[in-house]
Design a protein around this ligand. Structure first.
Ligand SMILES: NC(=O)c1ccc[n+]([C@@H]2O[C@H](COP(=O)([O-])OP(=O)(O)OC[C@H]3O[C@@H](n4cnc5c(N)ncnc54)[C@H](OP(=O)(O)O)[C@@H]3O)[C@@H](O)[C@H]2O)c1
Length: 335
């Protein structure tokens, strides 16, 4: 069986395609999945580039989608032939947040899905949306579920609300698509005018170039008659949070998700307090959220925006493409 392994201390030239032992048959409670696709996230880039150190020989990639080849004794939720997608926190099945690190996350604390087959507890996967390709399903584990949780689970999105998304990465494009499907109005930013046009074609009602409009928070207020966005999908971090607070309405919700501009910094706490906004950190979601999300995708017909697809052996080129920032939406691997 083919797999990708990452040698320490990491780096795109430290990824290699190797032969490894077949995982064999599932034991009671387990499933065997023929993996067919994965998708790239900023987090996976952190791991493979060596910025987030992991064990020598780690199999990268948190997202995995494929087809069930066999089920172990006692597994009733799945049967051979089912299309499934992996979960980001295999041990967080339901209930309030229970994990604050990546020790159990495939592709980081444990081996991930850059491989042809895996045997895992059935609870590490959910069904994929009906009619989705494996590459489409692979985009749900991290980016899709994060956008869903930010908007729906934590943000309590309602039809007619205004959502603000930042940039055109996997999480933000998913958030735009989910928000539009749920009847919200969306304002989106990007550093590229060309990408702003693509955002409009996906349904964005207002677009702002955050490079040429430094005070984009005020621009969001202009576009909402001074009210501000109800929910902000904050993937930027310290250097964008101040503008996000400006852009968000009084008593609005800011989902603090990303570290694109750094891991710590100054926050205008008085403005946040005065506007009585909720600032809530989140890391992806649990298995219950993923099942609800899959059901919502089937009902709304939302299909992920896939920028490009690479073969498993071209994984380093796929990450170079992500590193370049040229992508719009998700970059996938086909296995
Ligand atoms: N907390 C969680 O659960 C969770 C889950 C997934 C991701 N994340 C985090 O969310 C962030 C995005 O992840 P991703 O996988 O969607 O990344 P990605 O696909 O690599 O997207 C990167 C995009 O972000 C945009 N960007 C870069 N700097 C920006 C800035 N200063 N302001 C606004 N947009 C900016 C760029 O869009 P343009 O080219 O259009 O400018 C770029 O293409 C990362 O920090 C990641 O770690 C967190």
């Amino acid at each position: 069986m083919k797999a990708i392994r990452l040698a320490t201390p990491g780096g795109l030239d430290r990824l290699s395609l190797v032969d490894m032992e077949d995982p064999g048959d599932p034991r009671p409670g387990e499933i065997r999945v023929r993996l067919k696709a994965s998708s790239l996230n900023f987090h996976d880039y952190g791991v493979v580039s060596g910025k987030m150190p992991t064990e020598d020989g780690r199999i990268p990639m948190s997202d995995g989608a494929g087809e069930i080849e066999a089920v172990g004794e006692g597994v009733t939720e799945f049967e051979p032939g089912d299309h499934v997608v992996s979960g980001f926190f295999p041990k967080w099945q339901d209930g309030e947040a229970a994990v604050a690190d990546f020790k159990t996350t495939p592709g980081d604390g444990v081996d991930g899905y850059a491989r042809e087959a895996v045997v895992r507890p059935a609870t590490w996967f959910t069904h994929a949306p009906k009619g989705y390709s494996h590459a489409e399903a692979a985009t749900l584990t991290t980016a899709g579920l994060t956008a869903w949780r930010a908007l729906v689970v934590d943000g309590g999105l309602n039809p007619g609300d205004t959502v603000l998304t930042l940039g055109t990465g996997g999480v933000s494009i998913f958030a735009l698509q989910i928000a539009k499907a749920m009847g919200a109005r969306v304002i989106s930013t990007s550093s590229s005018d060309e990408k702003l046009e693509r955002l409009k074609s996906l349904g964005a009602d207002g677009v702002i170039n955050y490079k040429t409009t430094e005070e984009w928070g005020k621009k969001v207020l202009d576009l909402t008659d001074g009210r501000g966005a109800d929910v902000v999908v904050e993937v930027g971090g310290p250097k964008t949070l101040g503008q996000s607070i400006t852009a968000c309405r009084i008593a609005g919700h800011i989902a603090l998700i990303g570290v694109l501009t750094g891991r710590s910094g100054e926050v205008p706490t008085a403005a946040l307090m005065a506007k009585q906004q909720t600032l809530k950190g989140l890391i992806v979601g649990n298995r219950r959220h993923q099942r609800d999300f899959v059901r919502a995708l089937e009902a709304t017909g939302v299909r992920p925006e896939i920028d490009s697809t690479f073969g498993l052996a071209e994984i380093a080129d796929a990450f170079r493409h992500e590193e370049s920032g040229a992508h719009f939406g998700k970059i996938c691997l086909e296995i």
